[in-house]
Design a binder for this molecule. Sequence first.
Ligand code: SF4
Length: 123
Amino acid sequence: MDTRELVCIICPIGCRMTVVKDDYVSLGYKVTGNTCNRGEAYAVKEMTNPTRVIPTTVKIKNAQLNRLPVKTNAPVPKGLIFECMNIINKVEVEAPVRLGDIIIENILGTGIDVVATKTMEKI
Ligand code: SF4
């Protein structure tokens, strides 16, 4: 039987959930231990298509700091995170950069952009 124990990461309560494959329920998984429906949705997604937002940094020239904080503007499938990081790690931008500027467009053809999460002025 396909069963997993998960901690919900949607809110700080951190409900401990058990997810069991069950073809007789509409979502295909029976979830227990969740306090709200968001936990159930998270658990089913973790079993079928787990994703994560990638928060990281890229190199930046001519700014006060030498790393610019960035993140993906949507969750990326977990299986693509290392490939995304290989691309992100090769990027170097030049100040000025504005909060929300697209640093990498459509990474790996996912339709997801990597965006700046901080404004950095030119020095
Ligand atoms: S199941 Fe609901 S209450 Fe529990 S951690 Fe997830 S979001 Fe929070």
